[in-house]
Design a protein around this ligand. Structure first.
Ligand code: GLP
Length: 242
């Protein structure tokens, strides 16, 4: 596990971009696992900028998003489908059919989960998986207690996650309580993992993920067992490990 500490999110985004840029330059048909949340937005902005400056071509790139809320229609501005289109897909030359997000509106969600995992298995895991981390140590939407063996599945969100997500919704009662998420073993099948985190609120999660016990109580601690993980954090988030 490589941990790099930066002054701010802007510097984290630049470093993450550098790694993604090198990967796509090396392999045109790179597969990227993508995350939502505030942490990767700066990275996505730099990817858009590189495309506009003709420095990156996404025509052969494919993407696989980590998760999606259940009960939020695709077109709703709080869906992760909407988030990805707004923050990335609509601004680069990626093919629509190459952008994969779990379909939480499927009439057969269980089958959707199986197919989503199968798709990722067939490509042998994504080349780079971008991750954020929840305050309680969740990755994707794999909450504390999730099995390290889990594959794409349906999860109940914990109270703290619902609280953290409430800032995006008009009213707390509208915040989803369920989601589809890549499982922990799906995430671990990535060839390389880059986790981005910033701010004081993530301090405890970062400490437990990096130097804590490897336990299902802290889903991100599983990353200690992956052989190619880079953690990019700011000074605030790194305070308990420096
Ligand atoms: C949500 C997403 C996670 C993300 C987390 C952190 O829970 N499902 O994938 O890592 O938010 O978000 P932020 O980057 O805004 O702190």
């Amino acid at each position: 596990m490589k941990i790099v500490v930066f002054d701010n999110l802007e510097e984290i985004s630049k470093e993450a971009f550098k790694l993604v840029f090198e990967q796509i330059k090396k392999k045109k048909n790179t597969s990227l696992g993508l995350a939502t949340g505030s942490s990767p937005i700066g990275l996505y902005k730099l990817m858009i900028e590189a495309y506009r400056k003709n420095k990156l071509d996404f025509s052969e790139v494919s993407t696989y998003n980590l998760d999606e809320y259940i009960g939020v229609p695709k077109e709703n501005k709080n869906s992760y489908w909407y988030f990805m289109n707004e923050n990335l897909f609509h601004h680069i030359n990626i093919k629509e059919e190459n952008c994969h997000i779990p379909n939480a509106n499927s009439s057969n969600i269980l089958e959707e989960c199986l197919n989503y995992d199968k798709m990722i298995e067939e490509i042998g895991g994504v080349d780079i998986q971008i991750l954020g981390i929840g305050r309680n140590g969740h990755i994707g939407f794999n909450e504390p207690g999730s099995s390290f063996k889990s594959k794409t599945w349906i999860v109940d969100l914990k109270r703290e996650t619902i609280e953290d997500n409430a800032r995006f919704f008009k009213n707390k009662s509208l915040v989803p309580t369920k989601a589809i998420t890549m499982g922990i073993s799906t995430i671990m099948s990535a060839k390389k993992i880059i986790l981005l985190a910033y701010g004081e609120k993530k301090q405890e999660a970062i400490r437990k993920m990096t130097y804590g016990e490897i336990t299902e109580k802290v889903p991100a601690s599983v990353l200690q067992m992956h052989n190619n993980v880079t953690i990019l954090v700011d000074k605030e988030a790194a305070k308990l490990i420096e």
